[in-house]
Design a protein around this ligand. Structure first.
Ligand SMILES: NC(=O)C1=CN([C@@H]2O[C@H](COP(=O)(O)OP(=O)(O)OC[C@H]3O[C@@H](n4cnc5c(N)ncnc54)[C@H](OP(=O)(O)O)[C@@H]3O)[C@@H](O)[C@H]2O)C=CC1
Ligand SMILES: O=C(O)C1=N[C@H](C(=O)O)C[C@H](O)C1
Length: 278
């Protein structure tokens, strides 16, 4: 441990499923200081973020929906390390949230999914011009990074692959950010996946899932009882090779979130994917 001042951290989406976990994890890290908790939900305004997250003692950090004043307040404190905002909100708001944070010089660590490729490109330009680090991480679990690495290795030997992602039915976006990123990682290998064998007809629209740019089909399942799960299934004559990752608790994302908060201070541009910072 060094004697450096703690990193000021704002959590956006602090009343949500992921936000509450992040509040707990940040509160328990001695090198981080939770300075703000933002959430738009009316029923949680003014509540203590720590108590809402299930901590036994209040953190004296009330939930507020005032993002810009909070960014201004944290940016105005010139002593110590620059501020970081962790975003687990909603696909509809995350783009604007990131732009606002960068405009104030606050570093965004973004877990919210649903950004388009064009939006990520635009944010990369914006971060580059501002010389400000920005991390967009569709999946903070180490298990998913390992699954993706195994999928990249398997792609050397298999030409046919499909992805199935399974999530709880409160998820707003489909397919998942993780499934899109997995297809992108395989696409970067530059090979042609799934060469057609027959001419297919969908008798029910969507039966074959969505077709990602990389030529890989992604199937999305939404059911109560699920948390977050993904299978990458490779096929070849006479054999199937299945990679699967399951989460059973959102705590699995916290080591990745804390790593990202600490790493972002060294960055001056946008980085997309946990695999680039571990
Ligand atoms: N990168 C990763 O490893 C992971 C990413 N995710 C992603 O994180 C995101 C959030 O997931 P989850 O926590 O399950 O969702 P929740 O709906 O449980 O939480 C989101 C919270 O953000 C609030 N919110 C919505 N819009 C805004 C806004 N504009 N400003 C401030 N607060 C807002 C919501 O309020 P209200 O309910 O009133 O709308 C809610 O309290 C999703 O995109 C999900 O895919 C999830 C798990 C892991
Ligand atoms: O909404 C979720 O829960 C999750 N969302 C992320 C995604 O879209 O990939 C990460 C993880 O799958 C959980």
């Amino acid at each position: 441990m060094t004697n450096q001042a703690p990193i000021p951290v704002i959590v956006n989406g602090a009343a949500g499923k992921m936000g509450r976990e992040v509040v707990k994890a940040v509160a328990q890290a001695s090198d981080l200081n939770l300075v703000g908790a933002i959430d738009s939900s009316p029923e949680h305004q003014g509540k203590d973020a720590g108590e809402l997250a299930g901590l036994s003692e209040p953190l004296e950090v009330p939930i507020t929906n005032q993002l810009e004043p909070m960014l201004g307040y944290v940016a105005g404190d010139r002593q110590g390390p620059p501020g970081v905002i962790v975003d687990f909100t909603h696909p509809d708001s995350v783009y604007d949230n990131i732009r606002s944070a960068i405009a104030y010089g606050i570093r965004p660590v973004v877990g919210t999914t649903g950004l388009s490729a064009a939006q990520i490109e635009d944010l990369a330009d914006f971060a580059e011009k501002a010389s400000t680090g920005c991390l967009i991480i569709p999946n903070f679990s180490i298990g998913m990074v390992l699954l993706q690495q195994a999928a990249i290795a398997a792609s050397q030997y298999f030409d046919h692959v499909e992805i199935i992602e399974l999530h709880h039915n409160q998820k707003a976006d489909a397919p998942s950010g993780t499934a899109i990123k997995t297809a992108q990682l395989l696409g970067e290998l530059g090979k042609t996946f799934n060469p057609a064998v027959v001419e297919e007809t969908e008798k029910l629209a969507g039966a074959r899932g969505s077709l990602a740019d990389e030529g890989i089909r992604i199937h999305s399942v939404r059911l109560p009882g699920l948390i977050a799960h993904q299978e990458v299934i490779f096929g070849a004559p006479g054999q199937i090779y299945t990679l699967r990752h399951d989460t059973s608790d959102r705590a699995c994302y916290m080591p990745g979130v804390l790593l990202a908060i600490r790493k972002i201070l060294q960055l001056k541009s946008l980085v997309y994917g946990l695999e680039k910072i571990i």
